[in-house]
Design a protein around this ligand. Structure first.
Ligand code: S3P
Length: 446
């Protein structure tokens, strides 16, 4: 599907973005491990989250409402089949009274790395075998990073040379101490889920802090975790308690509006009820360091996650240097930061972001390609970009490269460009934010 984006003269309004995708996956997975029924509020309508829900249903977990049930159309993305239910937005019940059962079919994680890696952790300690596959993009993403430590715990995993499909043959697991070679919350979370089913203690240490939603949720559900010096330990055998979960708005979705609010000359946007967990808000710190006017109000904590309302106003931006421990705190926001950098005064350097090459697409390549089509000059490096600004962008025909965040980031670029921009493959926004274009249009005056 093509989407036409016209330049925006002013961007104003108040908005609530959908529930956080990362937290929604974890809510479904932890809900299915709990000792009773779990109500989840504001579950993300993302296609990725639906794949986690469908996989859990195939493993015998009861998830209501049943509008989750329609089978996924492999391609194109099905319309209107998200998990949002009519009146109570995103209210879902999860109950696994009987325990997991062997699935009658191959589990399909679709485009979702989080579904595949976290499910691998959950399945490693069951007493049956299950196979997880994914779409063409996911089958090219590295899975050895989760296979290695799970195998050390005693799991049996067959793969296509470190790539999906993964056949997980459940085993009795033992706790291990594991140092993550790459900062990855998905791998950390997979090991914690496996650790719940292991004998003894599982300890995971990370080279720099990654999103800690799994730790916060497990603690909220009564699991005692020990966290010190960049390592988290879980004792095997405990079961999460059934408690209601509430999902904050997705900071990674709010990020697009923070950037457009800072860049468009006549802008003021408030995004309410957003998750502001510091392991996710690197972009907030970077935008502020660039000179963006962003206020946080109504800060509160719900189910161990920090929430707030964010207001951004038009701002004059200056260049920054971004690397090191900041990268995992804003890994999914780097494409839209690169667009922001084209409008900032001075030379922005984004480094240490090699991981972007193994996301839904090679995001370093995709951003370079699209920015060049818009007439921008930038240097692509193995681990990021060097971008001097400010530069004028012109409308062009761009590609989402089958990646939701590339589609959304370049919708923002289109708004600040001269002339019309066309985004091909715009339907991929459904992976994390099905109503992105409608929400964006509700704020823009051209
Ligand atoms: C996620 C972690 C990040 C992120 C992804 C979601 C998660 O991946 O890029 O969009 O929910 O744990 P890595 O943990 O592989 O860096």
């Amino acid at each position: 599907m093509r989407r036409v984006i016209k330049p925006g003269r002013s961007v104003k309004g108040v908005l609530r973005v959908p529930g956080d995708k990362s937290i929604s996956h974890r809510a479904l997975l932890c809900g299915s491990l709990a000792d009773g029924p779990v109500r989840i509020e504001n579950l993300s309508p993302a296609h990725d989250v639906r794949n986690t829900a469908l996989s859990l249903q195939a493993l015998g977990v009861v998830i209501r409402p049943t509008l989750l049930l329609p089978a996924l159309s492999p391609n194109p993305l099905g319309k209107g089949v998200g998990v949002r239910s009519g009146e109570a937005r995103g209210e879902v019940f999860v109950h696994n009274a009987e325990g997991f059962s062997p699935p009658a079919r191959v589990l399909d994680a679709g485009n979702s790395g989080t579904t595949m890696r976290l499910l691998a952790g959950l399945l490693a300690g069951q007493n049956f075998a299950a196979t997880i596959t994914g779409d063409a993009s996911l089958r090219k993403r590295p899975m050895q990073r989760v296979i290695d430590p799970l195998t050390q715990m005693g799991a049996k995993i067959e793969s296509d040379n470190g790539y999906a499909p993964l056949k997980i043959i459940g085993q009795k697991l033992r706790g291990i101490r594991y140092e993550l070679p790459i900062a990855s919350s998905q791998v950390k979370s997979a090991l914690l889920l496996a650790g719940l089913h292991a004998k003894g203690v599982t300890t995971v240490s990370e080279p720099s802090p990654t999103r800690d939603h799994s730790e916060r949720m497990l603690r909220y559900l009564g699991i005692s975790l020990e966290i010190s010096n960049g390592a988290v330990s879980v004792q095997g055998g405990a079961r999460p308690k059934a408690k209601a979960l509430m999902v904050p708005g997705d900071f990674s979705s709010a990020a697009f509006f923070l950037v457009v609010g800072a860049l468009v000359p006549d802008a003021q946007i408030t995004i309410t009820d957003v998750g502001i967990n510091p392991t996710r808000t690197g972009l907030l710190d970077v935008l502020r360091a660039m000179g963006a006017q962003i206020a946080i109000e109504n800060e509160r904590e719900i189910a161990h996650e920090p929430w707030g309302d964010l207001t951004v106003k038009s701002s004059e931006l200056r260049a920054v240097r971004v690397g090191g421990a900041l990268i995992p705190r804003m890994i999914d926001e780097l494409p839209v930061l690169a667009i922001c950098a084209t409008q900032a005064h001075g030379t922005t350097v984004i480094q240490d972001a090699h991981e972007l090459r193994v996301k839904e697409t090679d995001r370093i390549r995709a951003v370079t390609e699209n920015l060049k089509r818009m007439g921008a000059q930038l240097e692509e490096r193995a681990d990021g970009w060097v971008i001097a600004g400010p530069q004028k962008l012109h409308g062009a025909v761009l590609d989402s490269f089958g990646d939701h965040r590339i589609a959304m980031a370049f919708a923002i670029a289109g708004l600040i460009a001269q002339g019309e921009t066309i985004i091909e493959g715009a339907e991929w926004v459904e992976i994390s934010y099905p109503e992105f274009f409608e929400d964006l249009e509700s704020l823009v005056r051209s």
